[in-house]
Ligand binder design. Structure first.
Ligand SMILES: NC(=O)c1ccc[n+]([C@@H]2O[C@H](COP(=O)([O-])OP(=O)(O)OC[C@H]3O[C@@H](n4cnc5c(N)ncnc54)[C@H](O)[C@@H]3O)[C@@H](O)[C@H]2O)c1
Length: 217
């Protein structure tokens, strides 16, 4: 049975970066979780955030949802109009998975199917650089099982965001049996580098209480 090491990264941060060492983040799946994660990434995390969904309508819906949230955030004074504009600049649609080739971190929020995720990790393995970390937002599938489809399973790690990602601002970093220290470190740095007052703890799913990519007020 797989033993997974889980830790929560957290703290508070402003809407503007720089909060991550990762320059280009890809998000796969523009649904409930993917759109929320991409919103966090473009507001706070990456120099570029590429959002991919193979279904054009889903991609458009995800982008519209982010745009709506960016506007609402300005209205509610959660971030400035300038910060929203900068986030828009950083966010790019990726119609093809191949568009993610230059990413340093890919966060996968595709449907919860091992078969589907295997196909994705096989394809991603052939697309991205060997140094690219592949993080899955799976709720229930073992990281080790997902990583089995990757050419380099040591680069696969869990980054478990909670729904709604922009509100919950909690990331559990989960290492599978094969996850390398470097992949875990990148996931931690990305989830936790938003922190002004970072707290790091080990926790099992659902018991972690720290927040990451936290809002400014
Ligand atoms: N919804 C939650 O509360 C929640 C919380 C934490 C984690 N998760 C996990 O996040 C992942 C996504 O969940 P969700 O709720 O956002 O699902 P969702 O159904 O809202 O979104 C999934 C998206 O993936 C797209 N998609 C379909 N086939 C794809 C493929 N081959 N490659 C890439 N994208 C594809 C769909 O078009 C859709 O936009 C799952 O692994 C789930 O377990 C969900």
């Amino acid at each position: 049975m797989e033993s997974e090491k889980r830790s929560a990264e957290g703290g508070r941060a402003g809407a503007a970066g720089p909060v991550s060492e990762v320059g280009t983040i890809g998000v796969v799946g523009a649904g409930t979780m993917g759109a929320g994660i991409a919103q966090l990434a473009c507001l706070q995390g990456a120099a570029r955030t590429l959002l991919h969904d193979p279904i054009p309508e889903a991609l458009a819906r995800g982008l519209e949802g982010i745009e709506h949230q960016l506007e609402r955030g300005v209205e509610r004074q959660r971030w400035s109009a300038e910060e929203a504009a900068a986030a828009r600049e950083r966010l790019e649609p990726a119609e093809r998975l191949e568009d993610l080739a230059a990413c340093e971190l890919v966060i996968e929020a595709a449907p919860e199917s091992l078969e589907l995720k295997h196909e994705l990790y096989e394809r991603l393995s052939g697309l991205v650089e060997a140094s690219c970390v592949l993080a899955t937002n799976t709720s229930s599938l073992p990281i080790t099982a997902i990583a089995a489809a990757a050419t380099h399973p040591e680069r696969v790690v869990g980054m478990h965001f909670f729904n709604p990602a922009p509100v919950m601002r909690l990331v559990e970093v989960i290492a599978g049996d094969a996850s390398g220290d470097e992949a875990v470190a990148v996931a931690r740095a990305t989830g936790g580098s938003a922190s002004r007052a970072s707290s790091r703890s080990t926790a099992s799913a659902g018991s972690a209480a720290a927040s990451a990519w936290a809002r400014s007020s």
